[in-house]
Design a protein around this ligand. Sequence first.
Ligand code: F6R
Length: 368
Amino acid sequence: EKGGHEYFMLKEIEEQPAALENTLRGHFTDGRIVLDEQRIAEQDLREVDKVFVVACGSAYHSGLVAKYAIEHWTRLPVEVELASEFRYRDPVLDRDTLVVAVSQSGETADTLEAVRHARGQRARVLAVCNTNGAQIPRESDAVLYTHAGPEIGVASTKAFLAQIAANFLVGLALAQARGTKYPDEVAREFHELCAMPDAVRKVLGTNDQVRALGREVADAKAVLFLGRHVGYPVALEGALKLKELAYMHAEGFAAGELKHGPIALIEPGLPVVVVMPSPKGRAVLHSKLVSNISEIQARGARTIVIAEEGDETVLPFADTLITVPAVPTLLQPLVSTVPLQVLAAEIARARGYDVDKPRNLAKSVTVE
Ligand code: F6R
């Protein structure tokens, strides 16, 4: 049932192209984005003036990624918040607030309570969920299902990529309803999304290289992850995977914060994973990250660089270079997350841990 794999997580990592295809399928017909399971009227979507994404763990990271796209496409303010924090403060919500509750299981207690709180304040709640008929979609106004299929590995992989894709669909539906994107632009964005399964297939070709790297760094005491822009949530996700699977101290930082503290952690031999933006995107972001890598390499860190294929500027600073295909900037997390999943799984395996069932963790967290 593991399809010839040693553990489910690796099988599920390899199922990511299909998870994306299945999540995107059917959501673009007659030149329009359709959130088919939706029960929020087009008119109501048009009136949305603020978006919250509430979620926990990896699902929260999917919201952090989506914020860049949704704000860019819709010009709506988007706040992404941990469900466990959201519900205990007094967030400003009303009928024109759209709350997107993202949950693989659909049963996460904190996210469910956040949904109840939001609905109590008359906000409209859209669930992005991977589990048919779960409690969170049942209590929401509308649901957009991710069709990643059942996820057995406790560490989220294919559901995470599917959540990003679904959140992007929500952004495009909002842009379409608000007219902040012309129909041909919405169509183009959707078609770019549809090219991502093949891009992910290509990244899977680096798995053997990444697994060898994982075995090399398995004895490290800690691993740091750096990124900027959409690479920042990818860094957070890479660190979360490593904590939960390999029980290692791992932290993700916004690379711009290095000088404000974390650079003090850099010491000889410390593995530092850097998620590079495309050199063809915002040149200034790219050059800032190149200078960040050179700084940490100068302090003796072991640099592991995830960069777009053909990006030669990083070569002098990368002790290990892992390349990902060129994709539009906002979609980059869909490719750059994959090697980080494989890295965490392999480090855990090399340390002798059960990759599918990390200690102390449950697949769905139904207590607060
Ligand atoms: C990390 C992981 C968890 C979940 C979190 C939310 O790999 O799997 O952080 O993402 O517990 O779970 P759902 O999406 O079911 O609400």
